[in-house]
Write a protein that binds this ligand. Structure first.
Ligand code: HEC
Length: 331
């Protein structure tokens, strides 16, 4: 398989241009060279084979030749000329002797022109409502509730606009915390990192799973009320984060840069809008932040995908319009 195609397994974390993001270190430039210039190509192949992609992928999951190709790809990305000898898994050439840490214009151009590639093992499957259900009652979330959260609700990431992460509930105390028992368990979707910030309203917990799968659960019993596989059902390496609630809708920032409004009662999509450029349709993106609703304003805090060809609309500033809807809903 072509190295660039194999790199689709890495780009979700290290980014298509290799410059890294968060904990996933840059794979090009001084940072990379600091770690690797004194080591050999063989060591790089070995490192990749046992560690990348990280769990839940198994060590060596891409096949041994792929790791050799990937190591060559990384060296070329760091300025080693492709003609500096066929790389093998046993190559003891020092990385500092062939690579400079500077990406050539030609290499950069080839990355930019890379055809969109679906990562190997991308979860296939149907999107849309997969479990139909309806909440028997639903009280719309108002501006007043968001400003002064009802104690038994959790209406936004971090709990309130001040991000206190504090709950006024007082049933659990230092004295009785040791008596907590397991009430129910919910298995979330697999295949990557789950980093959700659920919201809770009137005893219903709304949850964002890997692959843009949104669920409403009865928080008392753990029973699923509805599920919408909004999709894309992307695989490992894509973290799903929060969702926002306002009025009668949930707002979800998907990994393909859409903002989707779901009816909180049923999970049905009410509207959706593209909020960022999708340079390559299926390189997965972390859904960086939860959207937040602020009374009559909305702010989808999702970072735009890399290298937009035009600035994202309104730079995700708070939009002076009624809810997210006015700002983003297609007319
Ligand atoms: C799920 C996210 C993720 C994926 C997918 C992933 N990596 Fe990583 N990678 C990381 C993280 C996090 C680190 C930092 C690990 C550490 O410092 O212990 C890392 C470190 C590395 C390093 C070491 C960088 C340095 O400066 O030492 C290399 C090289 C690397 N990854 C290459 C790859 C390649 C090639 C792939 C694809 C086969 C890949 N990674 C896939 C998250 C990822």
């Amino acid at each position: 398989m072509r190295p660039r195609r194999i790199f689709a397994n890495c780009a979700g974390c290290h980014q298509p241009d290799l410059r890294g993001a968060n904990e996933a270190r840059p794979l090009v430039g001084p940072d990379f060279m600091r770690t690797w210039s004194g080591r050999t190509a063989q060591e790089l192949v070995g490192f990749l084979s046992v560690t990348m992609p990280p769990p839940p992928a198994a060590p060596g999951s891409l096949g041994s030749q792929s790791y050799v190709n990937l190591a060559a790809f990384l060296l070329n990305a760091n300025g080693a000329s492709p003609s500096s000898g066929e790389l093998t898994a046993a190559s003891t050439v020092s990385i500092g002797s062939v690579a400079t840490g500077t990406m050539s214009d030609a290499f950069r151009a080839s990355l930019a022109s890379a055809a969109p590639a679906a990562p190997a093992g991308a979860a296939a499957g149907r999107t849309g409502i997969s479990v139909a259900g309806e909440l028997s009652t639903f009280r719309p979330v108002t501006d007043a509730m968001l400003k002064r959260l009802p104690a038994d609700d959790w209406l936004m990431i971090r709990g309130n606009y001040q991000a206190w992460n504090y709950s006024e509930l007082n049933q659990i105390t230092r004295a009785n915390v040791g008596e907590l028992r397991l009430e129910w368990i919910w298995a979330m979707t697999e295949g990557g990192w789950n980093e959700p910030a659920p919201v809770v309203h009137d005893g219903v917990l709304y949850l964002n799973n890997m692959g843009n799968v949104i669920q409403a659960l009865d928080a008392a019993t753990g029973e699923l009320v509805w599920e919408n596989r909004v999709g894309p059902l992307v695989p490992a390496g894509v973290a799903m984060r929060g969702i926002a609630i306002y009025d009668d809708k949930l707002f979800v920032a998907t990994t393909d840069a859409r903002l989707v409004a779901l009816a909180a009662r049923t999970g049905q999509i009410v509207w959706e809008a593209v909020i960022g450029d999708r340079i390559d349709t299926f390189i997965p993106r972390h859904s960086k932040s939860s959207p937040a609703t602020s009374g009559s304003k909305g702010c989808p805090l999702r970072r735009p995908v890399r290298a937009p060809t035009r600035p994202p609309p309104a730079r995700y500033r708070v939009n002076p319009a009624r809810a997210l809807e006015a700002a983003w809903a297609p007319r």
